[in-house]
Design a protein around this ligand. Structure first.
Ligand SMILES: Nc1nc2c(ncn2[C@@H]2O[C@H](COP(=O)(O)OP(=O)(O)OP(=O)(O)O)[C@@H](O)[C@H]2O)c(=O)[nH]1
Ligand SMILES: [Mg+2]
Length: 459
């Protein structure tokens, strides 16, 4: 896909709202002429140099703002085109009026992510870099920031390109031996198999990081469940170290749910404290579980809080049933261990979830909370500590790798079954094509539009 942009785009590049500085960005052939039309100040001679002056409506002679401006020449800018930035005062009306003036000069309002899309189409960045820009902007934790920066530096791209290049060389060899059987030595199938197996192990390494990648970018969704009054909100407050949720002796204190975020070891944990699951007015299974089911489905971890001074009841049975169906990693937190009464005895005689850990706690007196945090970190963060951050991919890239994994399996099968070289060449082309879809070397307009629609206007 080759870029051919005749129009010049413009947008407010800074977030909406009031700030010290707000920036309007222009990209395209008219950027510099438009700037010279509306800028009053010193002559604009040197690119990448900040000039101080005023933006003036040349028709009305009205001064719109005192600004600093900078311009970048074609080939030496983020988009690869002529680019102008106008640094205004950061007020909505100022930015709007300068933008309107720029648009009136013949620029078009940029679409979502259009600056980055142009950078990609002009060959300034590959697709993994383009995607890392949006991930960097949206990074919610230290690790997410680190992964996005790695990709921005082209580390994922380098890994994929290396593998893809090897396969292209192989394909060229196969095609040459098909086209010129008398002149070219036949393909060494042992070597072919070795390259395919190396590629498979690279793909497996990437796919192994799939869950961790989702934790890094989206955070780990941790759902706090239990009957009313078991101490769910007390637990949330203790974990956060602040009084975020209301705690009271009255059952039914928390309505709907409360969510709060906490970063542990560079990974974001998002906690959801839910309303106590109750058996009221015979609506339990219908409404209660219906309300909880989507929350359970979306959760990565469930913290099920039981009160050791109360017995395991029908409500707990219902929760158990819902959790069993969802099959989520569950921590059974036996709360109120500071009290003498123990009516729960051994909860594992009732709870038969496949992946459950039991931890005694006292949410009121901060006992067992550090152990719980350490366990969460161990099970969800430390376990992955050895993994290569370069190879963490987003959902789109993972989907491509899953396709590639299947194609490699069938290629290997065909190779082992002694299929003709032209069949193997087709299999190989598919793998190369899909690797190219990740880096953007082979991409359709539709996929591109999907990617850039995640961006904001002005980026
Ligand atoms: N003794 C003792 N009391 C606790 C403990 N944890 C919570 N409580 C008390 O139990 C009562 C209920 O606590 P909450 O944290 O509001 O319980 P909840 O599960 O959020 O309740 P709902 O929102 O109504 O479902 C409060 O009086 C708390 O102080 C604990 O570890 N020990
Ligand atoms: Mg509560």
């Amino acid at each position: 896909m080759k870029a051919n942009f005749s129009d010049t785009i413009a947008a407010i590049a800074t977030p909406p709202g009031i700030g010290g500085v707000g920036i309007i960005r222009l990209s395209g052939k008219k950027s510099f002429p438009v700037l010279t039309n509306i800028f009053q100040g010193p002559d604009l001679i040197t690119p990448r140099y900040l000039y101080h002056g005023h933006i003036v409506n040349s028709k009305t002679k009205n001064v719109l703002d005192e600004v600093c401006v900078v311009f970048f020449t074609k080939g030496h800018s983020f988009t690869g085109e002529e680019v102008v930035e106008i640094h205004c005062h950061g007020g909505y009306l100022i930015l709007k009026s300068v933008l309107n003036l720029v648009l009136a000069q013949g620029c078009r309002l940029a679409g979502k992510g259009e600056f980055t899309k142009r950078a990609f189409l002009n060959g300034k960045i590959d697709l993994t870099k383009a995607e890392s820009i949006i991930d960097l902007i949206h990074a919610k934790s230290e690790k997410a920031h680190l992964v996005a920066l790695n990709h921005l530096q082209g580390k994922l791209f380098q890994h994929i390109s290396k593998v893809r290049r090897q396969l292209i060389v192989l394909l060229e060899q196969i095609e040459a031996s098909i086209d010129f059987p008398d002149e070219v030595v036949a393909l060494d199938h042992v070597f072919f198999l070795k390259v395919i197996e190396d590629t498979q192990s690279f793909v497996h390494q990437v796919l192994k990081n799939k869950d961790y990648g989702a934790y890094v970018s989206d955070g780990i969704k941790t759902l706090i469940l239990g009957k009313p009054n078991t101490g769910k909100s007390s637990l949330l407050n203790m974990i956060l170290g602040e009084n975020r949720a209301i705690v009271s002796a009255l059952p039914g204190t928390t309505r709907d749910f409360i969510n709060a975020q906490l970063e542990l070891d560079g990974i974001l944990f998002e906690f959801f404290d839910t309303a106590g699951y109750r058996k009221a007015h015979n609506i339990v299974e219908q409404t209660g579980i219906k309300y909880l089911a989507p929350l359970i489905r979306k959760a990565d971890i469930v913290l099920w809080v039981l009160d050791q001074t109360r017995a395991f009841t029908a409500e707990d049975q219902h929760l158990h049933k819902a959790l069993k169906a969802a099959n989520k990693k569950t921590y059974l937190l036996i709360n109120k261990t500071d009290l003498k009464t123990n009516k729960l005895k051994d909860p594992l005689q009732y709870v038969t979830l496949p992946d459950v850990d039991v931890l005694p706690i006292s949410a009121k007196y901060n006992q067992g909370i550090d152990q719980l945090k350490a366990k969460l970190l161990n099970d969800f963060v430390k376990k992955y500590a050895y993994q290569d951050l370069d190879l963490i991919c987003n959902v789109r890239q993972i989907a491509c790798f899953q396709k590639i994994e299947k194609q490699l399996r069938s290629l290997k099968k065909h190779l082992n079954q002694g299929f003709e070289d032209d069949v193997l060449a087709i299999d190989l082309k598919n793998v190369i094509l899909n690797l190219g879809e990740i880096t953007g070397e082979e991409i359709t307009e539709e996929v591109l539009d999907g990617i850039f629609s995640r961006f904001c206007v002005g980026k």
